[in-house]
Unconditional design. Structure first.
Length: 193
């Protein structure tokens, strides 16, 4: 992906429309899903996604050549979210997002329904986590970032991400045991995608 990153960055710096289109095609869906999980509001996630791409276009010259384009963009998105959260700190939280992801594997409708229901319970539990823990889970599970990359995106030390993930796993496990969610699924890589 590094070669693709360099070609996108170079094209964006030259103002090439094809580079903009490629960047949007590569990042729109994962970026939107990431922001949606953080803010739990579709229209806000759409606005933040758009604001992120605008900030990317305006700030492309500030990207260090050796940096990873994807993590740089997600870092901008995360900061857009934090700015939104600060602006709306006094407003009541938006209604929780209803899970709209459907089970992609398997053909048994009953199994697919159970899998979708379990994911929905997981996401409801994630949504109930304190902000810092929810953000760490979204960065690592939904964003697919390593702890080191998540730390870079959120501007905290790697140890902080690790401790937030441990606390999140502990809280999720405690909260989900009563709901009959498979405890092993909580630590499974990508379980929340």
């Amino acid at each position: 992906m590094a070669a693709v990153d360099r070609s996108i960055v170079n094209g964006l710096r030259r103002g090439e429309g094809q580079a903009y289109e490629l960047a949007v095609n590569l990042l729109l869906t994962p970026l939107y899903r990431f922001l949606l999980r953080l803010c739990r509001d579709r229209s806000v996630a759409e606005d933040l996604t758009q604001e992120t791409f605008i900030a990317v276009w305006r700030g492309i010259d500030s990207l260090r050549q050796e940096a990873c384009f994807r993590s740089w963009v997600f870092g901008i998105a995360y900061r857009q979210y934090l700015s939104f959260r600060r602006r709306n700190a006094r407003r009541p939280e938006t209604e929780r997002l209803e899970e709209d992801e459907r089970a992609r594997n398997g053909t048994d409708p009953h199994a697919m329904a159970e899998q979708a229901e379990e994911k929905q319970r997981l996401w409801r539990a994630v949504a109930d986590l304190p902000n810092a823990l929810r953000e760490a889970v979204c960065l690592t599970q939904l964003g697919g970032f390593s702890y080191r990359e998540a730390a870079r995106v959120s501007g905290v030390p790697v140890g902080t991400i690790k401790s937030r993930m441990n606390a999140a796993y502990r809280m999720l496990r405690e909260n989900l045991l009563a709901g009959e969610v498979n405890e092993d699924a909580v630590r499974e890589p990508g379980c929340l995608r």
